[in-house]
Design a protein around this ligand. Structure first.
Ligand code: NAD
Length: 335
């Protein structure tokens, strides 16, 4: 079987980790043709927009995309291309698995949890305005429809992968209407899955719990902003942003990307860890039904990190981005 997949290398460290990821994908032998397109700052000059229509058309046609990070200017300038992609393609579920890597020294062992983050509304809806020079407002949108949809995704995921518990997270004691509605929707959906335990947590208590007892959690379903923050926190539990993959999934298409950003200060230095994007490619393989390739890639990333000989600075090594990718690719080829 052959696949055509849209590839957005992104900017900052995006292009170098993309080169690294392609080496590992090639080593699996799965027949993938990448349709490579640009987005972000560089297409403002060429296409007058950071998100050209041809990017959306390519993803709609191919149904699957993988991308590097894209810089978003802070405070002013264009809005996030990453958020726009998720909204325009209705990639309503953001999946962020957090799994301990054997052999990597971190304060916690055997963590295996998944964050399912609602990806299209909440404060990320971008409904903001200046009321006057000294006052700004941002409107938080939570709908029953989107909340039920993400809750259903979380429970279906739990069922499909044999997970036992779904924990829903908000701050409903303070935001009684918006977050209250999210909890209500989750409770409603939970009733349809009697075999899966359901519980609720407040975001502040949950942040502490995740740092003290992360092994208590299995599938976590939450809103857009809380999910963004919790997934960086969880990345910290397993070795940092360099090893944390992600996926944005809708009914029609899916876009795979690491959870980290474009780390501009490291761009072009070939020093960052390519594993997060390589593990995102493994999620992509599983999504298209290439489970062997997915397992192989995950196993080989684990083995290279466990051996500790060819790892990047963030994991305590001195290897370059490409050296680490080549070590993973060699293991994939020989497995
Ligand atoms: P960041 O994730 O880019 O980097 C924060 C720090 O984490 C880096 O300085 C580095 O020390 C470390 N880090 C990140 N990726 C790493 C890797 N692969 N290997 C080793 N260390 C790594 O966060 P930021 O600095 O807040 O954001 C930079 C830009 O990226 C911003 O413009 C932001 O909007 C954008 N961003 C994009 C996405 C996306 O494309 N989906 C996601 C998050 C942030």
């Amino acid at each position: 079987m052959s696949y055509k997949i849209t590839l957005l290398p992104g900017d900052g460290i995006g292009p170098e980790i993309t080169t690294a990821m392609k080496k590992v994908v090639a080593a699996t032998g799965v027949d993938i043709e990448f349709e490579e397109l640009a987005a972000g700052e560089e297409t403002i000059a060429t296409d007058n927009t950071p998100l050209p229509d041809k990017v959306l058309e390519s993803i709609k046609k191919n149904k699957v995309a993988i991308k590097g990070p894209i810089t978003t200017p802070v405070g002013s300038g264009f809005r996030s291309v990453n958020v726009a992609l998720r909204k325009k393609l209705d990639l309503y579920a953001c999946l962020r698995p957090t799994k301990s890597i054997k052999g990597l020294k971190t304060p916690f062992k055997d963590i295996d949890l998944v964050i399912v983050r609602e990806n299209t509304e909440d404060l990320y809806a971008g409904i903001e305005r200046m009321i006057n020079d000294d006052k700004a407002e941002s409107i938080k949108i939570i709908t029953r429809q989107a909340s039920e949809k993400i809750a259903k995704f979380a429970f279906d995921y739990a069922k499909k992968y044999g997970r036992k518990k779904v924990t829903s997270v908000t701050k409903a004691n303070i935001m009684k209407y918006t977050d209250g509605l999210f909890f209500e929707a989750c409770r409603e959906i939970a009733q349809r899955y009697p075999d899966i335990e359901y519980e609720e947590r407040l975001i502040d208590a949950m942040s502490m719990q995740l740092v003290i007892k992360p092994n208590q959690y299995d599938v976590i379903v939450t809103e857009n902003l809380y999910g963004d923050i919790l997934s960086d926190l969880c990345a910290g539990l397993i070795g940092g942003l360099g090893v944390a993959p992600g996926a944005n999934i809708g009914d029609d298409s899916a876009v795979f990307e690491p959870i980290h950003g474009s780390a501009p200060k490291h761009a072009g230095k070939q020093k960052v860890n390519p594993s997060a994007l390589i593990l995102s490619a493994a999620l992509m393989f599983r999504h298209i039904g290439e489970n062997d390739a997915a397992n192989k890639v995950e196993d080989c990333v684990n083995r290279v990190i466990s051996e500790g000989k060819t790892i990047t600075y963030d994991l305590g090594g001195t290897a370059t981005t490409q050296e680490m990718a080549e070590a993973i690719a060699d293991k994939v080829k020989n497995r």
